[in-house]
Design a protein around this ligand. Structure first.
Ligand SMILES: Nc1ncnc2c1ncn2[C@@H]1O[C@H](COP(=O)(O)OP(=O)(O)OP(=O)(O)O)[C@@H](O)[C@H]1O
Ligand SMILES: [Mg+2]
Length: 381
């Protein structure tokens, strides 16, 4: 394998979202794969000090780098260093607790990208007497990508924290607004005064906001692995009816229909009814959002080879070829789509359907319309 191909393969590992901890671990393992060696560590600067954030060897955790030592030197000068067996012996004389380690050669690299210097990466060999120049060069290229990956993981962590705080803060006042709106709605229901129409509007908007906020909370929970599923025997036609009702209520000018073509009496499956309701709601809301009120939105429920198949079809704007591969990405909105939304609905839908071991597929043609097909296995998952 060529060197570039090897580096490329390592860098690919950073394309999926990783927490900072997962990023450190991936960097060290990939560095070893690229350069050889048996151990590795990452130290990150904070408050002017280099702190060990990941190490493959527990002994190393007890060994904090000394100011003025070689690791600070690499960090400050931003110059990588290669140590051979003799130099390592000298390091061990200074650090008796490292004596039990049988390391013989090391590469220490600064984690720099453009003007930012985050810390250092070290790779240690137990069997080789020395690292070669080629290995150093490979790691130099790799370490810029590694630095980028760390920066990204840290930024994502801050963003997630911000989102979850914001969503929690928003939820409390929304609940109160929601309750009062419901009260007002009940009072004015059936009267002919214009205010009753206003309250109706208000109610829809509050509901929409509540959904947006709960979507945000759910995304965050997915990332932190906290999303709670309450799996049980659930009745699919009933969930669909509820979702269609809710969608008709939120989009009173759209015409929703459902056809159930079930050849099988059983209508239950193993899953979380609330989560499936959310999936259907997200898809139905998209259908309404992206199609004119003159076009019907048709849902069908079928049973094919041990799976339920729900299809939701609209004759709206459709999705362009460029957008189609990305619509399940987190925060992805179609290009030129200025309608409300955060680009989370389908991302959430897919994670929920995946959890049910089902599938979700979107077929669409620009200006012709969109069909979303959801497969749900009946059996226990
Ligand atoms: N039925 C549809 N018709 C046309 N475009 C659609 C349809 N469903 C989804 N899309 C496109 O896919 C993108 C992603 O959809 P998704 O539901 O994830 O996000 P959103 O609707 O923009 O925001 P949110 O669901 O968070 O309110 C949309 O922004 C839109 O461009
Ligand atoms: Mg949506």
């Amino acid at each position: 394998m060529t060197t570039f191909k090897k580096i490329y393969e390592s860098v690919l590992k950073f394309l999926v979202p990783l927490t900072p901890e997962q990023t450190y671990e991936t960097i060290v393992h990939e560095a070893i794969r690229l350069a050889g060696g048996e151990h590795g560590s990452i130290l990150i600067e904070s408050d002017g000090k280099l702190k060990r954030v990941y190490s493959m060897h527990s002994i190393l955790f007890r060994n904090e780098p000394e100011k003025g030592g070689i690791r600070y030197e690499v960090f400050i000068s931003r110059q990588a260093r290669v140590l051979d067996a003799k130099q390592i012996e000298r390091v061990k004389e200074k650090h008796p607790n490292l004596k039990s380690l049988e390391n013989r050669a090391a590469i220490i690299l600064p984690l720099v990208y453009q003007d930012t210097s985050l810390g250092i990466l070290s790779v240690i060999a137990l069997h080789n007497e020395n690292f070669k120049k080629r290995e150093l060069e490979v790691l130099k290229i790799f370490s810029s990508f590694a630095t980028l990956a760390i920066q990204r993981a840290q930024a994502l962590q801050v963003r997630d924290l911000f989102i979850s705080l914001a969503a929690h803060e928003l939820r409390t006042p929304l609940t109160t607004i929601n309750s009062y709106t419901q009260l007002l709605y009940k009072r004015l229901q059936g009267t002919n005064i214009p205010e009753s129409g206003w309250v109706e509007e208000l109610r829809w908007e509050v509901e929409r906001l509540t959904h947006l906020v709960s979507d945000l909370l759910t995304t965050n929970a997915i990332q932190t692995g906290e999303l709670q599923y309450r799996m049980q025997l659930s009745d699919l036609p009933e969930i669909i009816d509820r979702a269609i009702n809710a969608a008709s209520l939120s989009h009173p000018n759209h015409d929703f229909s459902i056809k159930k073509k079930l050849i099988r009496k059983e209508t239950v499956f193993w899953g979380d009814p609330e989560k499936i309701f959310q999936v259907l709601t997200n898809v139905l809301n998209n259908a309404a959002k992206f199609s004119p009120t003159t076009e019907k939105i048709k849902a069908t429920l079928n049973y094919v080879n041990g799976n339920f198949v729900v299809k939701i079809q609209d004759k709206g704007t459709g999705i362009s070829k460029d957008d189609l591969p990305h619509i399940f990405d987190e925060f992805y909105k179609g290009k030129g789509n200025y309608r409300s939304g955060m680009g989370l609905g389908l991302f959430l839908a897919k994670s929920i359907i995946d959890k049910h071991k089902g599938g979700i597929k979107v077929t669409s043609k620009k200006d012709k319309g969109t069909t979303v097909a959801i497969n749900l296995p009946i059996m226990k998952v």
